[in-house]
Ligand binder design. Structure first.
Ligand SMILES: NC(=O)c1ccc[n+]([C@@H]2O[C@H](COP(=O)([O-])OP(=O)(O)OC[C@H]3O[C@@H](n4cnc5c(N)ncnc54)[C@H](O)[C@@H]3O)[C@@H](O)[C@H]2O)c1
Length: 434
């Protein structure tokens, strides 16, 4: 089948490769010409494990091509909208890009075409799309619009496409249920549990899932600070808690905070919905506050461990991506820590194996270094903020030789304890007794 995919970000590219591997022909479109030019050369504009190789393979097989055209080639059955929903002046989850893309498609697509909105929508998003459909229908029969949120994790996107936890599709009007079922059928070869429902419920499924995940991480983070205070080990505590299959161990790892383009934004979006409809949701409202207070507490803890004022201190920040396996720094806790430390008067020098460029774009005030040893030069402490596997094998003797202080504060429990100690450094790990 011929598919048209709008928006070549992490979600769009993973979705394009996923459907191409299922045997469809996918044309990927983006308004960013530089991004399309890069893709045309077989290069991925974002780092996602295996993505560039997979894009090249699907292009070579003739199942994937790219364009800057905003409308699908003739004979396309489905357009899949994967444009961004960033925080805008109107708050989190702006539907501006989605509405523009859907309006363009509605104006040109034939009535038997289906527009699939894979971008994350706020709960009022489906009503906005329904108004666009109504306006178009006033002029004559037009394409159907179906929602189909993406649940992938960056860093494991391709696998999550191939083995999805579930496929959820939503109809704007009950008469579009057949179109929503047809979209769910596109994923039938993946044998995933499937749910077809009204698009408002579907939007809430997506938001509630992410806010629940953010709450689990925030819970583990608060436990880590409690563990520090009482001398317990958060890894043991969360392992024991997670053994209960009513709770589960996934997303119960303590770290420097919740990050990424989705979870923090949606932890803000859901309380705004509650406020708008006048429903008190104190538990949901607390998730974002917990995350912000955790990041402040981690920065303050570093200050305490340093044994000298933060003001004038130099900190080597290892890890800038919001998690390992990606170059995405959107809402990265590492960058939040950098800001917090700078506000306390420290100088921060960051290093990341993949995210140096994206971090510099996101935070022009951030100093960066090309490798961990250069970042550590003359620093009073090393702060580890992303769980890159490469940080397990750092040469701590080399780092010790250039470091001014002796503190390593690992917020991810990633460094090799014995190697840090053998280099004569003082190691502190968030929530753990090492
Ligand atoms: N990143 C994730 O891990 C993830 C996971 C699940 C869901 N989501 C959701 O999926 C959506 C996409 O996320 P992302 O991170 O891939 O977004 P992104 O912002 O990184 O990329 C979106 C792309 O769409 C392009 N674009 C914008 N308007 C366009 C238009 N009219 N025509 C063609 N291209 C256009 C942009 O140039 C950009 O390349 C968002 O709603 C996000 O919340 C993201």
């Amino acid at each position: 089948m011929q598919l048209f995919l709008v928006g070549a970000g992490p979600v769009g590219l993973v979705t394009a490769v996923g459907f191409a591997r299922l045997g469809h022909h996918v044309t990927v479109s983006d308004i960013d010409r530089a991004r399309i030019a890069l893709l045309a050369e077989g290069r991925s504009p974002i780092f996602e494990p295996g993505l560039e190789e997979a894009l090249r393979a699907e292009m070579a097989a003739g199942r994937l091509d790219v364009t800057t055209a905003g409308t699908p080639p003739a004979g396309t059955a489905y357009s899949i909208v994967c444009v961004g929903t960033p925080t805008g002046p109107e708050g989190p989850l702006s539907t501006r890009q989605v509405e523009e893309a859907v309006a363009t498609l509605l104006a040109t697509a034939p009535p038997d075409h289906v527009i699939v909105v894979r971008s994350t929508l706020p709960v009022e998003g489906p009503d906005r799309l329904a108004r666009l459909v109504d306006a178009q229908r006033a002029e004559g029969p037009c394409a159907a619009v179906v929602t189909n949120p993406e649940f992938m994790r960056e860093g494991a996107g391709l696998r999550d496409f191939d083995v999805p936890s579930r496929v959820v599709t939503g109809w704007l009007r009950p008469e579009d249920r057949a179109a929503a079922e047809a979209v769910a059928d596109l994923y039938a070869p993946l044998n995933a549990p499937t749910l077809v429902a009204d698009a408002r419920s579907v939007a809430l499924i997506k938001l509630a899932s992410n806010v629940f995940l953010a709450a689990k991480i925030a819970f583990a983070n608060e436990l880590a600070r409690l563990c520090d205070a009482v001398g317990a080990d958060v890894d043991l505590v969360t392992a024991g808690v997670g053994m209960d299959d009513r709770i589960g161990s996934a997303f119960l790892s303590a770290g420097p905070g919740v990050g990424g383009s989705c979870l923090p934004e949606q932890a803000l979006a859901l309380p705004l919905l509650s406020a708008r409809v006048g429903v008190p949701t104190p538990l949901i409202d607390a998730v974002s506050r917990s995350n912000i207070s955790h990041q402040q507490a981690v920065a303050a803890r570093l200050g305490t461990l340093l044994g000298r004022p933060l003001n004038g201190a130099r900190i080597a920040l290892l890890g800038l991506a919001f998690k390992a396996g990606t170059d995405d720094v959107r809402e990265s806790p590492a960058l939040a820590l950098a800001r917090e430390l700078r506000a306390g008067g420290a100088t921060v020098v960051g290093y990341d194996p993949r995210a140096l460029e994206t971090a510099c774009r996101a935070d022009p005030l951030l100093e960066v270094a090309p490798d961990p040893v250069t970042a550590a030069r003359d620093a009073d402490a090393v702060l580890v903020a992303t769980e890159w596997p490469a940080f397990r094998t750092l040469d701590w003797t080399q780092i010790r030789a250039v470091l001014a202080g002796d503190l390593v504060y690992d917020t991810r429990n990633v460094v090799e304890v014995a190697a840090v100690r053998a280099a004569g450094l003082r190691l502190e790990v968030l929530g753990r007794r090492v």
